[in-house]
Design a protein around this ligand. Structure first.
Ligand code: PLP
Length: 352
């Protein structure tokens, strides 16, 4: 295989944005109080409380898995179960981290279509879960991924309904926001409209995929949950001594809407890519492209051709996954589409 020149394997392959590197350089001067006592770390509370229109508690962590699993550990007893879609990252890709940090809670799946569970299906699964039965893990929380693992988003109305179902059954409500900026751009709505306004308890706020450098955050909407998370995070080794660096990134990420600008670029690139690729014979989009991920059936000769060109993509049983990032350019998209057309036997053709 040649070296990869355009990487659509994952948005984690993208570099950090220049504004983020500038923020790091800005705080990399002289001493600063450790463990969150520096000015940047203290400013996080105001930055995020303003963003969500309510008082929140913000805890930087280094990975999305840490955010999800440690947040969820505060929302369930060890004998609890967390309801999530069967495609949820916490189920498929975190190696049992939630089960570990919760001290043994389990995950219960709700069948998803295009990455989304419905409020009705969730309600039905909770009703059959055996609440109060000593033999069964007790429903404790619902976890929803707003920008789903299948490149779709939940409509605001469905998030609201899911929140209502959680509340009706007395369960906590958690959101995996690994691609929350991409989802908000796609929905064209405000951060509070899908979180604080809907009674969300905790958000795993992702930013690494969208231009920061290993700076995720747990955003907590309830003081009592924030209180216990302080200790859970320390135990899990996620209280950073040099927190100024993570905090400076997160403040800069939000400042002036950088996070939404970066996400808009990634979403736009994915949309253009999907429009170009769908014209290649044998290529069929499996999911509607709503954020920055594309799932498609693709003839083997096209997949292999793109790989031989040094274009990184993710092979899947059903075809490929391609993920754009904040830095994917119009030229790169045009190049990938052009090469796919060539490998698909239709010549370069016009694509603008
Ligand atoms: C939906 C979702 N949640 C969480 C994560 C966080 O994963 P990581 O622990 O690799 O940062 C990812 C990363 O791929 C993701 O796609």
């Amino acid at each position: 295989m040649p070296p990869i020149t355009i990487d659509l394997y994952s948005d984690n392959a993208a570099p950090a944005a220049p504004e983020i590197m500038a923020a790091l350089a800005r705080v990399n001067v002289g001493p600063a109080q450790p463990y969150g006592q520096d000015p940047e770390s203290k400013a996080l509370k105001t930055t995020f409380s303003d963003l969500f229109g309510t008082e929140v508690w913000v805890m930087p962590v280094s990975t999305g898995t840490a955010a999800n699993s440690i947040a969820l550990s505060a929302l369930t007893p060890p004998y609890g179960t967390i309801l999530c879609s069967d495609t949820a990252h916490i189920e498929t890709s975190e190696c049992g981290a939630t089960e570990l940090f919760s001290g043994g809670a389990k995950l219960t799946h709700v069948a998803a279509k295009s990455g989304r569970m419905s409020a009705d299906a969730l309600d039905e699964v909770i009703r059959r879960a055996g609440k109060g039965l000593q033999h069964r893990s007790q429903p404790a929380a619902v976890s929803l991924t707003i920008g789903t693992e299948r490149g779709t988003v939940y409509p605001v109305s469905e998030i609201a309904r899911i929140g209502e179902v959680a509340r009706k059954h007395g369960l906590h409500f958690h959101m995996d926001g690994a691609r929350v900026a991409n989802a908000l751009v796609a929905l064209g709505t405000s951060p509070r409209s899908v979180t604080s306004d809907l009674g969300l308890d905790v958000l795993s706020f992702g930013s690494t995929k969208n231009g920061t450098l290993n700076a995720e955050a747990i955003v907590v909407f309830r003081k009592d949950i924030a209180e216990q998370l302080r200790y859970r995070l320390r135990r899990a080794g996620q209280v950073w001594s040099k927190m100024r660096y993570g905090a400076a990134q997160l403040n800069a990420y939000i400042e002036g809407g950088l996070w939404l600008r970066l996400a808009a670029q990634a979403n736009c690139a994915a949309k253009r890519l999907s429009e170009g690729l769908r014209q290649v014979p044998g290529v069929r989009l499996i999911e509607t492209v709503e954020i920055n991920q594309l799932f498609a059936e693709m003839p083997e000769k096209v997949i292999a051709g793109l790989e031989a060109d040094g274009i990184g993509l993710g092979r899947r049983d059903e075809g490929v996954r391609m993920v754009t990032a904040w830095c994917t350019t119009t030229e790169e998209v045009a190049h990938v589409v052009g090469r796919a057309r060539l490998h698909g036997g239709v010549g370069l053709g016009p694509f603008s």
